[in-house]
Design a protein around this ligand. Sequence first.
Ligand code: PGA
Length: 253
Amino acid sequence: MNRSLIVAANWKMNGNLTLIKEMTTALSVVSLSQDTRVIICPSFPYLAAFSHAQEVKQLDARISLGCQNVSEHENGAYTGEVSTDMLQELNVDYVIIGHSERRSLYKETSTLVAHKVKRALDAGLSPILCIGESEQERETQQTEVVLASQLQPVIDEIGIEKFKEVVIAYEPVWAIGTGKTASPELAQETHQYIRQFIANIDQQIAEKISILYGGSVNATNCQQLFSQSDIDGGLIGGASLKVDEFTKICSAV
Ligand code: PGA
């Protein structure tokens, strides 16, 4: 099977140069298992600082830089937007796309998300595609319909062959920043559904794709989540801002 195990840090609109320095110092001595990849996704202004620190500290090649959003356009008159070319100049390899905060606060639709995924892939960046249901959708048994409606437009846009280059992050919206982690069993059940949804189109791709869990993951609950057969790591928000806690999560995967 051999799927990559990934721990990605989503700093959101937090962090500063001090945190970059502390995190890169800690990561330069962290012990990672062979198949593990660590991705740090700071805000745009800090990408250059991380990239520079990465060179200076000669971080393990398994530690990469990611960002939290990207424009769906190649370049041009789009004030406030950031292009894939700019990200590549700063050694960014991954980009979080369709985070629930982008979908709800900035009204990003699944169609826009699909365009962004295509743009990232066309430029050689790896998308971390976020999907997840709200509390109300879970309570009204809409979870599977919602997840399918977030996955299908992306598959339609890029085709299943390209989809194998996507990393999926399943993040139930009710678990993000709330301390209410999905139980390992519930997370596993949902990850299994996601993998089966892809397997219905292409079994081999489904087996290879990494599906991360996100939503109040911390150093205490990560081990149980990561030991589930369809959970291939995590997308970590709050806990990724604490150097000790985050490096513990990296070592646990
Ligand atoms: P959290 O955030 O770990 O703080 O819940 C996860 C995320 O939003 O990616």
